[in-house]
Design a protein around this ligand. Structure first.
Ligand code: GPU
Length: 814
């Protein structure tokens, strides 16, 4: 990677303070004396944004005028996290900011904290998109993120007095939002419905209604690259302010209906994760942002041209489809090329296939989007025709290749009833990638096997990564300083493999002790955070053991809570002596999709186990359990650096990659995990001796399914498991109510699709090994340090370099 250094202190602290004062005065309209932390946050953000403006314009100009192909990252989610601190870091203004706000009478941290976290994503997929655009900018690659500026992000989670999840809307735009600039002059029209007619032998789509897509631009500053890319999130506006006819009849409420319908499109993020939704509004959202983005890219790269030569389009930009959500972009580009620019089918197809690539983020076949053809036909009649024709061409191509009829039947993109978006993406793009080595292999062997047999060269892997700027530097300043001290340079922040240089220091007891001291300080800081945010009293002299991620059966939060219950029972029964108990604090953080019954019941169970355990004097000081509400990026940035033991315990073959696992390893936690997703690669790199592996492999899982899985057998076979489940069933965690968790218990004993019970014994057994090592702090920390040293591969910079080489075939701007 060529290094371009950041401009040296573009302003002094005094100048920056003046810039903040000016913003306060002229845009916030408050005097520095009147200003609150929230005012200073907005003013400072605008001042930083101004500092990035020139680099942003230059990046845009170089992108359009140069010969470097750009990347368009199409994603329904960008889970950005708070912006200010990251923008300061990347703009090289952190020190000036600190001094400036102090001069104004504020604590820097209070200003940073005043930002309201945008929650425009559900979990891993959305956060990955945010890490990727950070890395693209940091590597100097010209790129656009394209998505939706939802009015409501992921719901805010609280718990009621029974421990049940309560969802409340996240109206994040209630407060002034200084980062997004709404650009009314670069709008696009997006149409829906109506019918297709023939005029002069040409198909013409006559839509029934349209919405105005207005871009909101976010700056994406690269770290030390002097590049600033664009994240363009579309918001939906109505063209018809109101219906005059209705208004004249004084039916005021009816008069605004078209506006409400249009603006509903970007109103709310679907709170789903790894499950398909299948709602009309969702398809409207997908088409809305993809259609606007494709037209926008043509506008950007062929400015002012009525008849651009779009055969050059694939040399200008390549689009990455983040899961199936933007796949309607494939027929949309075909439609644009054929209907709007008069290209013939074959030319349009050639351009389209060259332009798109698809990333699959799941192995669960039920999570691949399938749309009813009737719905597509109603909403996008021209697209349904194009999809039918793509499918015809596809079937002909397969026949030509000698593929068997029953295989073709299985592979159809359009079945007559429905459209399979993953298949459309695989056929309609140049590459398909999974997100970890194991996942990509399983895609080829199972989920997309037929396609991989016919088009082997389309398939590749790009293992996920995370940005070290946010998840090490900002989240863990103590560790960052120690790494820089150990390596004698801070270059690791843009070349994370340099962390390898720490490996020899694992033999240096003094360095390991310093490393341990950083972890202890982070734990201490988290105790303060948990007190402030949740009113919790946490004992920092316990092992901090964390499981944070979306709540899903396949991720197996059930396995963890059953092991906690078993431990609780063992302490209560006196099966373990007081001396043998290693004090632990177990943290959970997880949102469940609002309609996901068993997931929500699992949250309720965890909350009620927490109540019972934390209030039981018999286990005080030995075991505590906390279900922290509203897990989000801010919590991740605080909790991950404080964690000592991380849980990655999904059923083998179900977690596509995981990215939390990478963040924990990079922050010096040890992992207890299965051979699933990126755990496999983490373990390979950090060393098997520095990773707590347990549980069935993918092959063992498959064999057990094939042989007939009976969870009750496992319940009978391990008394620890039997006791834990019995305690759930007998009302111990529901004030004696035996029905409270009956559906969960019944599922465990009769179905247990993700084989929690089958893996329980191995999981319970490995706890002894974990606790033995923890009792030797020097050895524990040595291994934790080796996790940090050997996790440099998991930088999203490396992921992006892999995409550049294997898929996008482009690179940094000259
Ligand atoms: N993932 Br599909 C999501 O966060 N949401 C989804 O709808 C789908 C996948 C996750 C995977 O579960 C996780 O394993 C992966 O690390 C992440 O995407 C990013 O690739």
């Amino acid at each position: 990677m060529t290094e371009i250094t950041a401009p040296k202190s573009p302003v002094t602290a005094d100048q920056f303070a003046d810039e903040i004062r000016e913003q306060l005065k002229y845009t916030q309209n408050v005097t520095p004396e009147q200003a609150t932390a929230a005012d200073v946050y907005v003013a400072a953000s605008k001042a930083v944004r101004n500092h990035l403006a020139d680099a942003w314009f230059k990046t845009q100009a170089d992108t359009v005028n140069g010969n470097t192909k750009a990347v368009g990252y199409f994603s329904a989610e960008f889970l950005m996290g708070k912006q200010l601190e990251n923008a300061l870091l990347n703009a090289g203004l952190t020190d000036q900011f600190d001094s400036a706000v102090e001069a104004l009478g504020f604590q820097p941290k209070d200003i940073i904290d005043a930002e309201y976290e945008p929650g425009l994503g559900n979990g891993g997929l959305g956060r990955l998109a945010a890490c990727f655009i950070d890395s693209l900018a940091s590597l100097g690659v010209p790129a656009f993120g394209y998505g939706i500026q939802y009015k409501y992000g992921i719901f805010k989670q609280t718990f009621d007095e029974n421990g049940k999840q309560v969802e409340t809307p996240d109206y994040w735009l209630n407060n002034e939002e200084p980062w997004g600039h709404i650009d009314y002059n670069r709008d696009q029209k997006v149409s829906f419905g109506g019918e297709v007619v023939e005029e002069n032998g040409k198909k013409v789509w006559k839509p029934a209604w349209s919405v105005r897509a207005v871009p909101v631009d976010y700056l994406v500053p690269g770290y030390k690259s002097q590049r600033v890319n664009t994240l363009r999130l579309w918001t939906a506006k109505s063209y018809d302010e109101f219906d005059l006819l209705a208004f004249n009849r004084s039916e005021y409420m009816d008069a605004v209906k078209p506006q409400v319908k249009a603006e509903n499109i970007s109103k709310i993020l679907y709170p789903e994760d790894s499950t398909k939704v299948g709602k009309e509004l969702r398809l409207e959202q997908q088409y809305f942002f993809v259609s606007a983005s494709l037209h926008d890219a043509i506008r950007v790269f062929y400015p002012g041209q009525d008849k651009p030569d779009l055969t050059t389009f694939p040399n200008k930009i390549t689009f990455q489809l983040n899961d199936t959500h933007p796949v309607i972009g494939i027929p949309e580009l075909m439609r644009i090329l054929i209907d709007e620019y008069d290209y013939d089918w074959d030319t349009a197809w050639d351009i389209t296939v060259k332009t798109f690539n698809y990333t699959c983020h799941t192995l669960l076949p039920e999570a691949l989007e399938v749309w009813p053809a009737s719905l597509i036909g109603e909403l996008l009649p021209r697209h349904l025709e194009i999809i039918e024709k793509i499918n015809e061409q596809f079937e002909d191509e397969l026949k030509g290749k000698g593929v068997a009829d029953e295989t073709i039947e299985r592979m159809r993109i359009y079945t007559g009833d429905s459209v399979r978006m993953a298949y459309l993406a695989t056929y309609g793009g140049s590459h398909v990638n999974g997100v970890a080595a194991l996942h990509s292999q399983l895609l080829k062997d199972m989920t997309l096997k037929d396609f991989s047999d016919v088009y082997p060269s389309k398939f590749t892997n790009v293992t996920n990564g995370v940005t070290p700027r946010r998840f090490v530097k900002l989240a863990n300043p103590g560790l960052s300083d120690l790494i820089t001290e150990g390596l004698g340079t801070d270059k690791w922040l843009s070349d994370l493999e340099l962390l390898e240089g720490l490996a020899p220091l694992a033999k240096d007891d003094e360095f390991v002790k310093k490393f341990a001291a950083v972890k202890a300080a982070n734990k201490h800081a988290f105790v303060g955070f948990a007190k402030d945010h949740y009113g919790l009293d946490i004992d920092e002299n316990t092992m901090f053991n964390t499981m944070v991620k979306r709540l899903h059966e396949y991720k197996r939060q059930s396995l963890k809570i059953l092991a906690v219950i078993s431990k609780y029972a063992a302490i209560k029964n006196g099966t373990v002596s007081a001396d043998d108990i290693l004090p632990r604090t177990v943290f959970f953080g997880a949102k469940a999709a609002p309609g996901y019954y068993l997931a929500k019941m699992t949250i309720q169970l965890i909350n009620n186990v927490s109540k019972v355990v934390n209030n039981d004097p018999d286990v005080k000081g030995k075991l505590a359990v906390h279900m922290l509400p509203n897990y989000n990026i801010e919590m991740a940035q605080n909790l991950i650096p404080a964690t000592e033991l991380d849980e990655q315990i999904s059923q083998a073959g179900k977690e596509a990659s995981g990215t939390g696992n990478m963040k924990f390893a990079l922050n010096g936690a040890l992992t207890v995990g299965t051979l699933d997703g990126a755990n496999v690669e983490i373990r390979e790199r950090v060393g098997a001796e520095n990773f707590f592996l347990f549980g069935m492999t993918v092959d063992e899982v498959e064999k057990l399914y094939a042989d007939g899985y009976d969870p009750a057998k496992y319940y009978e076979a391990d008394p620890r498991l039997k006791q834990a489940i019995d305690l759930v069933a007998n009302g111990t965690f529901s004030n004696g109510d035996r029905n409270a968790y009956a559906p969960l218990v019944a599922d465990w004993l009769t179905k247990d699709w993700f084989m929690t019970l089958a893996d329980f014994s191995a999981y319970a057994d490995i706890q002894a090994e974990i606790e033995k090592l923890y009792r030797d702090p020097l050895e524990w920390n040595r291994k934790a340090l080796l996790n940090v040293a050997n996790s440099g591969f998991f930088s999203s910079d490396r992921s992006i370099e892999d995409y550049l080489e294997r898929i996008w075939h482009t690179g940094p701007l000259a």
